[in-house]
Design a protein around this ligand. Structure first.
Ligand SMILES: Cc1cc2nc3c(=O)[nH]c(=O)nc-3n(C[C@H](O)[C@H](O)[C@H](O)COP(=O)(O)OP(=O)(O)OC[C@H]3O[C@@H](n4cnc5c(N)ncnc54)[C@H](O)[C@@H]3O)c2cc1C
Length: 253
């Protein structure tokens, strides 16, 4: 039995590379002729499974003008799609939504002096896509990128971040928060703990306050929820369509 695929919605992508960063952590690089998207948005990846086309959203890691498309994902044990994505190899077909979607983009973030980007795990992806464009560097005086992971082996895309440092040496501050290991040059704490005890602020030399900071948060829903609560206690407000604020979020599940 074959699955019927709506060609108005899906285009056939070809896997260029499946790169393994650590146990269960991969980047899937795909050539597909999708429509233009905005940095920070996500596309959908899909595979036929039996009589069904199983699809899930994945943030673009590549900049809008960069190819191949780059998706950074973790295998969820027992998950419907991710164990299958992790079995793909060069030349295999994966279906990609023609259009990107989502409002986790700088065009939805009000102006500010400092931009904070807080990510857990694979949610580093949309921030990398945004940082590969000129917009954040033109709009914000300083950018603080914080990546929360469990182990140092999960600190993917470090060379891309080093490239941002080389290009924007006075603008970028980046921190890795590693929870399960005490690793040199990292913060041994959850992102939320490092907000609460002011570690991030004191290391960045920037006060985390709504007067001049915009905060984008992406990833684990528990981290997003807890970070929102901590920031609200400092006077921040969520950035809603009808009421602009300083906290813009995207939850991955
Ligand atoms: C807007 C958006 C963008 C996303 N972008 C990415 C991305 O760039 N990279 C990425 O890896 N995932 C991303 N996700 C999550 C992704 O869409 C899937 O939910 C995930 O890959 C699991 O798919 P699955 O079919 O294997 O598991 P499923 O069979 O759908 O579900 C298994 C269960 O696992 C849980 N789960 C989902 N994601 C995770 C996770 N990362 N860690 C732990 N538990 C999880 C959920 O509770 C889910 O119900 C994004 C989600 C959203 C909403």
């Amino acid at each position: 039995m074959t699955v019927e695929i709506d060609s108005r919605k899906w285009c056939q992508g070809q896997v260029v590379e499946l790169y393994r960063w650590a146990e269960r952590l991969y980047s899937l690089r795909v050539e597909a002729e999708i429509e233009p998207f905005e940095a920070g948005q996500f596309g959908r990846l899909a595979l036929p499974v039996g009589e069904e086309l199983i699809s899930r959203p994945y943030s673009f890691v590549n900049a809008p003008d960069e190819r191949p498309l780059d998706f950074y994902f973790i295998v969820v044990p027992g998950g419907k799609l991710t164990p299958r994505l992790a079995n793909l190899g060069p030349g295999d077909v994966v279906w990609v939504s023609r259009r990107g979607a989502g409002i986790f983009t700088l065009s939805h973030v009000p102006s500010g002096r400092y931009l904070w980007m807080l990510a857990t795990g694979t949610a580093l992806g949309p921030f990398l896509s945004i940082l590969k464009t000129e917009t954040p560097w033109q709009r914000f005086e300083k950018i603080v990128l914080v990546h929360g992971v469990r182990t140092a082996a999960e600190l993917a895309y470090r060379e891309v971040i080093q490239g941002f440092h080389r290009q924007h040496p006075r603008q970028l501050i980046d921190f890795a928060c590693v929870t399960r290991e005490d690793t040199p040059d990292t913060i041994h704490a959850r992102i939320t703990t490092a907000i609460e005890d002011s570690t991030l602020e004191s290391k960045a030399g920037i006060v985390l306050r709504p007067e001049d900071c915009q905060v984008m948060i992406c990833g684990n829903p528990a981290m997003v929820k807890d970070a929102i609560a901590l920031l609200k206690a400092r006077g921040f407000q969520e950035n809603l369509r009808k009421q602009p604020g300083q906290i813009t979020t995207e939850r991955y599940w």
